[in-house]
Design a protein around this ligand. Sequence first.
Ligand code: DGP
Length: 113
Amino acid sequence: MSACLFCQIAAGERPATIVQRSADVVAFRDIHPQAPTHILIIPTKHIVSVAELAVEDEKLMGRLLTVAKEIAQQENLGQGYRLVINTGSQAGQSVFHLHVHLLGGRAMHWPPG
Ligand code: DGP
């Protein structure tokens, strides 16, 4: 079994509330939701963070955003939503498998903390 938490979720080895699954992308509900809708969208490929992206990952990153858009529609987030990719510990990244946070269902503030 992989040592990476999100690789385990992608492989079905760790329980999660899966929202959407395909060969290259998995989306599941965040265990500590920060908004009424809080979903994590991850590549099944283990990529540590945006800082580790390779040119070959460009299409995959586009897929993450397209999946985010589809899920936002399914979750009725027509009034707006926020996509966040924390990159590195100072930015608040705590799980080192690249993930997009999809947050919605409440008013958001700017600048973020
Ligand atoms: P970040 O801080 O950007 O690395 O976000 C990691 C998110 O992952 C955080 O919001 C909580 C969530 N999380 C951590 N462990 C688990 C888990 O085992 N299951 C689920 N569903 N979410 C998790």
